[in-house]
Design a protein around this ligand. Sequence first.
Ligand code: URA
Length: 209
Amino acid sequence: MNNVHLVDHPLVQHKLTLMRKKEASTTSFRTLLNELASLMAYEVTRDMALQDVVIETPLEPMTGKMIDGKKLVFVSILRAGTGILDGMLTVVPGARVGHIGLYRDPKTLKAVEYYFKMPQAMRDRDVVVVDPMLATGNSAIAAVERLKQLHPKSIKFVCLLTCPEGLKAFTTAHPDVPVYTAAIDRQLNDHGYILPGLGDAGDRIFGTK
Ligand code: URA
């Protein structure tokens, strides 16, 4: 599928399998999620623009490379997206963070916005939207629609898991937004859960049920 990046690095696959296990504790689920998020951040930032900067090493001057432009923004789709932020910020500590609160109407499965807070100067920034599960795609589609109103320089979407239904919906609504995922699972069930999946990501991250 166009514009979909399957991150198949062995470390990513190994950690994801450990997270999927139903017996994984909240502690190990969180630890693995942090590690996995750092690896996904590494992949999603692979094509960031660089600029030449002149520096001095202890021995002589040289021209090095540094990331160009205003600080990147990670946008978390509440609540589960927040679970990915720490691991991403470990790798990109200077990134700004935005939040979008969307809940899924249990009847229609459609996204309803209840919170939206972004950094200044969004027009000059690259945005990475994060949510562990791209399931129906409704929240992700709504979040990206809302962000497009701010005209950022670019938008990418990062999840851990998705399914053909979610991917189709998202890439149809936003063909210009690349999706980075660690796996594309078999299907969505009638309750909007990914199969085989890993269960409810928010509940597993925060230890709720
Ligand atoms: N959200 C989750 O947390 N899990 C799913 O399987 C689908 C949506």
